[in-house]
Design a binder for this molecule. Sequence first.
Ligand SMILES: Cc1cc2nc3c(=O)[nH]c(=O)nc-3n(C[C@H](O)[C@H](O)[C@H](O)COP(=O)(O)O)c2cc1C
Length: 216
Amino acid sequence: MHLMVINGSPRVKKYSNTDKILTKFLEGYSAEGNTYESYEVSDIKSWDKIRNAYEANDNILIAIPLYVECIPGLLMEFLESVPRKNGGKMSFILQSGFAEGSQLRCGEEYLKILTGRLGLTYGGTLVKGNNFGIRLTEGKARESQTEPYKKMGAVFARDNDLFSDECKAFTGPEYFKPHIRFFVNIVFYTFGRLAFKMMARSWGCTKSLRYRPYGS
Ligand SMILES: Cc1cc2nc3c(=O)[nH]c(=O)nc-3n(C[C@H](O)[C@H](O)[C@H](O)COP(=O)(O)O)c2cc1C
C-alpha cells in the first residue's frame, strides 16, 4: 500500500514536533513493505509539487498540530488550492500541546467535515496531546515521547484506517481527574516556569519572560 503524507505544520521540518512524530509513525507503517512519499506544507515553494502528488494519490494522511484549537491557517490555505477529488481516502494524525483528549475533539470533528468537502472518504484520526516538548528534547527523552507512534503506524498499515480500539486508547485521558489537574498546575507554575526561563536564556533571551515592551 502506498501513502501520501503531508506534514501540516507551519513550522519548518527541523523544528516541527509533527515531523518527529511522523518519522516514528512512518517507520511502523513501512516496516512490512508499505511505501510512502512525504511533503511539508511549511515549504511553500513546494506547493505545486504537493498539489500534483495530491491529485495523483488516493490514500492520503495529513499530520496536523493543533493551533488555537483547530488546524493551522497555512494548511487551510494550501487545502483551499487543491481540486475536489472524486473518491480516495484521507486520514489524519491530530496532535497538540495540552494533554487531555478533550482539547482536540473540536478539531477532530472539523476534519470529518473537511474530508467530505474535499471529496474523500474519512479514514479516521489518531488523536494525541502532550507533545509540546518533543522538539526541545533529544536522545532518550525524545525517544520516549515519539516511540509509541511507531506502533500506531503499524496499526495503520494493518487496518488502512485509524478507527481501531488501539487508536482510541492511544489518546489517553479525555479529562484529567481534579487531583491530577491540581498536580499539573503546581508542576507547571514551578518547574515549568523555571524550565521555560532556562530555555529562553539558552536561546539568547536577556529579558524577563514577563517583559512587555509595548505594555503601558
Ligand atoms: C500558535 C500556536 C497555537 C497553538 N495552539 C494550541 C492549542 O490550541 N491547543 C493545544 O493543545 N496546543 C496548541 N499549540 C501547541 C502545538 O499544538 C504543539 O506544540 C505541537 O506539537 C506543535 O507541532 P509542530 O511543532 O509540528 O508545529 C499551539 C502552538 C502554537 C505555536
